[in-house]
Structure formats: C-alpha cells, structure tokens
Design a protein around this ligand. Sequence first.
Ligand code: B12
Length: 143
Amino acid sequence: MKVVTGVVGNDIHVVANRLIDLSLRARGYDVYNLGVNTHLQEFFDAVVETGAEVLMISSLNGEAEGWGREVRLLKSKYKSLDDVIMMIGGNLTVGSGNAEDIVARYKNYGFDIVCHQMDLNTGLDMLQDLLEARGLVSEEAIA
Ligand code: B12
C-alpha cells in the first residue's frame, strides 16, 4: 500500500514528518515522503506518479487552512484520483478553534480523514479502519 506524505505550504516543522515516515514504514506501508515546504499540487503530482492509494498531508503552522480550499479544484482536475484516500492532520488552523468545526470544514474541502491536534497512532488506526471498510486491506496485511 503506497502513501504519499509531507508538510503542506511554507511550513518547516519537520519532526512530525519524520515520525509519520517511520510510523508508516513500521506498519508496512511504502512511503513517498515529500518532506516539508510542499505545494499542494506537488502532492497530487506525486500521487499520480507513484500510483499511491493514500495521500497523507501534515500542517503544523496552520496554513493548510488556506491551501485546503484548493483540494476540490485539484481533485476535479485530476479525475483519476477519485478513489485516493485523502488525509490531513496536525494543527489545522492558526490559533485556536472549535475542533468539530475545523474537521467539518476540511471534510468539506474534500478530505476523507481529518485529524486536528490528534495523536499520530490514533490517526493511523483511523486510516487502517477506512482501508478495511473499503475492502482494500485485511486486518493483518497492509503491504
Ligand atoms: C519546534 C517548533 C518550531 C521550530 C521548528 C523546527 C523544525 N525544523 O521542525 C521552529 C523554531 C523553526 C518553529 C518555527 C515556527 N513555528 Co513552531 N513550533 C515548534 C513546536 C515548539 C514543536 C513542534 C514539534 O516539533 N513537535 C513535536 C511533534 C512530534 O509534534 P507535532 O508537531 O505536534 O506532531 C504530532 C501531531 O500533531 C500529529 N500529526 C502531525 N501531522 C499529522 C498528520 C496526520 C495525518 C496525523 C494523523 C497526525 C499528525 O502527529 C505528531 C506526533 O504525535 C510547536 C509547539 C508545540 N509545543 O507543539 C510550535 C508551533 C507548531 N509553531 C508555531 C508557529 C506559529 C511557528 C512560526 C510561524 C513562528 C514564527 N512566528 O516564526 C514558525 C513557522 C515557520 C514556518 N515557515 O513554518 C505554532 C503553530 C500555531 C498554529 N497552528 O496556530 C506552534 C503550535 C506554537 C504555538 N503554540 O503557537 N517552530
């Protein structure tokens, strides 16, 4: 199972990105890590190039709020990505905000799984659950 990951926008917070990379590999995923400072369109291009089933974006400084709005537009341009699971996590707004509202907003942008200020392993369990629900993996195997 291939996952493209990275940190969106002009965001240099790299620690979570390294942890995500390690944790995904430990769970058996093939990881294509674009690192920090990644433009939204670069994520979409990488998903097309690698044939990844999952796109996992981080935002730590909160600027994803600005980029998130472009997701639907890009999804409509890249029609082949309709079945790709889109996931985002980290600090998904600048300053504080109501978590339920933030999650609803990002779902509206087109993300399937939204993990605002959520522990990484909880988010990765949510991904596993969705992959199982879609019949893409069994409980035992990811790779
Ligand atoms: C270290 C740090 C920095 C370092 C970064 C060094 C580096 N190269 O990584 C420096 C000093 C450079 C820095 C700069 C800035 N920072 Co800073 N930084 C931090 C700090 C103290 C720790 C971040 C960290 O590494 N945490 C450790 C990792 C492991 O935890 P994490 O990032 O929270 O990630 C976890 C979860 O969020 C989750 N997760 C993350 N992504 C995803 C994705 C998915 C899909 C899932 C499921 C889970 C998940 O998993 C991780 C592990 O559990 C935080 C405050 C804090 N205590 O968190 C502020 C913080 C992130 N920074 C902040 C800000 C504002 C900035 C600056 C804009 C400050 C400035 N005015 O210049 C700049 C941004 C520069 C830029 N272009 O991005 C804010 C963001 C606020 C917001 N979103 O509203 C924070 C929260 C501080 C604060 N309370 O205001 N920062």
